[in-house]
Design a protein around this ligand. Structure first.
Ligand SMILES: [Zn+2]
Length: 497
C-alpha cells in the first residue's frame, strides 16, 4: 500500500467528550439521562441562557472538567500547567451561538507528554513512542440539521466539555495512526474520563496528512481530515488521502492546505473548506473567566485517584497470566474489553487463580472472533449482546472437547446478536463434537478398509497421507469429530494398533 518513494507524515487531534454530569460552563446535563439515547433527547432539551449564548449570561467553570483534564494529562505523561487561561476562538457558525468557542490557546493545561503504541505491520510487532504536544479543555458546539429549504439547530451539545489531545507529527503510516488512536482510546476509557461512545461522536479525531519525497526533511503541505469516529475509517481515510496527494504531486499539481471530509460509503475524502490559520480566529484571553490555578496538592490528589492504566494492566497480564505483550495490548485497548476479559476469568476461576491456558483461551476469543465482529460492525463490546457468562461457557465446553474451535466461533456469532444461552445454541446448531472413542474408531476402521492402496502408501513412508485419512473420517462423522481425538485414533490404527 505505502509507496516506497514517499514518506507519510501524520499527526492526530483527538476530541474526547468528558463524562461529567454537567456541561463545562453551566449546570445543564452534559448527556442524555440514563437509558435515553442522545438521538431521542428532544432538540434543545439540555440548554439554558449560558449554553445558548444569551446576552449577559456568564460562564462558570466546572471543576470536574479540570480534574478530568489533569487525569488525562497524567495518564499520558504530560506536564501539568499550574496557571491556566481560557481563550476565545472567534468564528461564526449557527451551531455556535456566542460567535466564539471558549477553548485554550497559548496556555493549555497539559503539554509535552507521550503514549506508547504497539501494533502489527507485515506480521511483525512494532513498538513506538508518539509524542503528545498538548491537551486542552474546550466546549463543544451544537449541531446543525440541514433540511431541504432550511436548517435546524440543536444546542444540546453546545458547551459539553471536551479535551483535545494533539499529537506530534510522529506517525508514518495509517496503521500507526490507527494504533495510536486505539491506545489513546484505551487510556481515556480506562481512567473513566470518557465513555468511549464513538457512534455518538464522544471520541473522534481529525487527521493531519502530508507526504514528502523519501529522505526529505521538509514536511509537505498538509490536509486535515475532519471528524472521523472509527478506528477502521481513520486508517482507510489516511490511506486514500496519501494516495490522492502522491498522485496529485506526481501529475504536476500541488496539495492545498484544506479541511477534508471522509465519505465512508464512497471510500474517498473530499474538500470541505480551505483551512484557517490560527491567526484567523483572533484568539484572545476569555474575559468572563478568571485564570485557573492548579496547585501541587490538586495534582497529587488526582494522581492518587488514578486507576490502573492500560500500560500497567498490560504488564500485569503478561507477568501474572503469561499472555504475550501483543495479546495483552489488544485486551487493554479499551476499558470495556479489559473488564470483559477479567469478568470472564472470574467466572472460570472464582478463586482468582486462572491458569495461563484459561487466560490464553479467553484472550484468543476476545482478540479473534470478538474483535473481528467489533471492527466489522463498528461497535463497542458493551453494545453487543454477548456477556462474560457466554464466553466462560464457550471456553469450558471447548476445554472439555465438547465443541470445536469452529463451533466456538459460531456460538460467539449468535450470542453477539441475541445474547441467547450457550447450551441452547449448541443443541440447535448441532455443535456437539463426537468424542465417543468407539464411534470414532468405527468410522476410522471403515475408511481404512475402503482405501487399502493409500494405507499401503502411508505405511511405505508417505506420511502426508495422514491428512487424507483424518479428512475422510471427519467427513464420515459429518464434521463433528473431535479433531485431536480423531487424529490420534487414525495414527494409532494406521500403525496397526
Ligand atoms: Zn446550559
Amino acid at each position: 500500500m505505502m509507496n516506497p518513494d514517499w514518506e507519510v507524515v501524520l499527526g492526530l487531534e483527538i476530541h474526547c467528550q468528558l463524562a461529567t454530569n454537567t456541561k463545562i460552563f453551566c449546570g445543564c446535563p452534559a448527556r442524555a439521562p440514563e437509558g435515553v439515547s442522545v438521538a431521542d433527547l428532544g432538540p434543545n432539551a439540555n440548554t439554558c441562557p449560558v449554553c445558548t449564548g444569551q446576552p449577559g449570561a456568564l460562564p462558570v467553570l466546572n471543576r470536574k472538567v479540570v480534574d478530568y483534564a489533569i487525569r488525562a494529562g497524567l495518564a499520558m505523561n504530560c506536564e501539568i500547567r499550574k496557571h491556566n487561561v481560557f481563550s476565545r476562538k472567534n468564528y461564526f457558525y449557527p451551531d455556535l451561538p456566542k460567535g466564539y468557542q471558549i477553548s485554550q490557546f497559548d496556555l493549555p493545561i497539559c503539554e509535552k507528554g507521550h503514549v506508547d503504541i504497539e501494533y502489527k505491520a507485515g506480521g511483525k510487532e512494532v513498538q513506538k513512542r508518539i509524542g503528545i504536544t498538548r491537551i486542552h479543555m474546550e466546549e463543544d458546539a451544537g449541531k446543525n440539521l440541514h433540511m431541504d429549504a432550511f436548517s435546524l439547530v440543536n444546542l444540546n451539545r453546545a458547551c459539553v466539555p471536551l479535551i483535545e489531545i494533539v499529537s506530534e507529527p510522529d506517525m508514518r503510516s495509517a496503521e500507526e495512526a490507527g494504533a495510536y488512536m486505539r491506545a489513546v482510546y484505551g487510556i481515556v476509557t480506562a481512567i473513566g474520563v470518557c465513555d468511549g461512545n464513538m457512534q455518538e461522536g464522544n471520541f473522534r479525531c481529525d487527521a493531519n496528512v502530508s507526504v514528502m519525497p523519501k529522505g526529505s526533511t521538509k514536511f509537505g503541505t498538509r490536509a486535515e481530515i475532519k471528524n472521523v469516529n472509527s478506528f477502521r475509517f481513520v486508517e482507510k481515510a489516511i490511506e486514500y488521502e496519501v494516495q490522492r496527494q502522491i498522485a496529485l504531486i506526481q501529475s504536476g499539481g500541488k496539495v492545498v492546505q484544506e479541511t477534508r471530509l471522509w465519505d465512508s460509503a464512497k471510500g474517498q475524502t473530499f474538500s470541505m473548506r480551505s483551512k484557517e490559520e490560527a491567526h484567523d480566529y483572533r484568539y484572545f484571553p476569555e474575559p468572563d473567566l478568571i485564570p485557573v490555578h492548579v496547585d501541587e496538592k490538586w495534582i497529587a490528589k488526582v494522581k492518587d485517584e488514578l486507576p490502573e492504566l492500560p500500560s500497567q494492566k498490560k504488564a500485569r497480564y503478561v507477568s501474572e497470566l503469561g499472555l504475550s505483550s501483543y495479546d495483552a495490548g489488544v485486551l487493554t485497548s479499551s476499558a470495556a474489553l479489559a473488564k470483559f476479559f477479567e469478568d470472564t476469568l472470574k467466572i472460570l476461576a472464582p478463586d482468582g487463580n486462572a491458569s495461563g491456558n484459561t487466560a490464553k483461551a479467553v484472550s484468543n476469543h476476545l482478540g479473534g472472533e470478538v474483535s473481528r465482529l467489533m471492527n466489522e460492525e463498528n461497535l463497542e463490546l458493551n453494545q453487543s449482546k454477548i456477556a462474560p457468562k457466554h464466553l466462560a461457557e464457550i471456553v469450558k465446553l471447548q476445554t472439555a472437547n465438547v465443541i470445536s474451535s469452529t463451533g466456538a466461533k459460531t456460538i460467539i456469532g449468535v450470542t453477539w446478536k441475541t445474547g441467547e444461552a450457550v447450551d441452547g445454541i449448541v443443541e440447535r446448531e448441532g455443535l456437539k463434537q463426537v468424542s465417543d472413542t468407539g464411534a470414532l474408531e468405527k468410522a476410522v476402521d471403515t475408511i481404512i478398509a475402503a482405501n487399502p492402496g493409500q494405507v499401503a502408501e502411508y505405511r511405505g513412508g508417505k506420511d502426508k497421507l495422514l491428512g487424507f485419512f483424518v479428512g475422510q473420517a471427519m467427513k464420515a462423522t459429518g464434521g463433528k469429530a473431535n479433531p485431536a481425538m480423531l487424529q490420534e485414533i487414525v495414527k494409532r490404527k494406521l500403525a496397526g494398533n
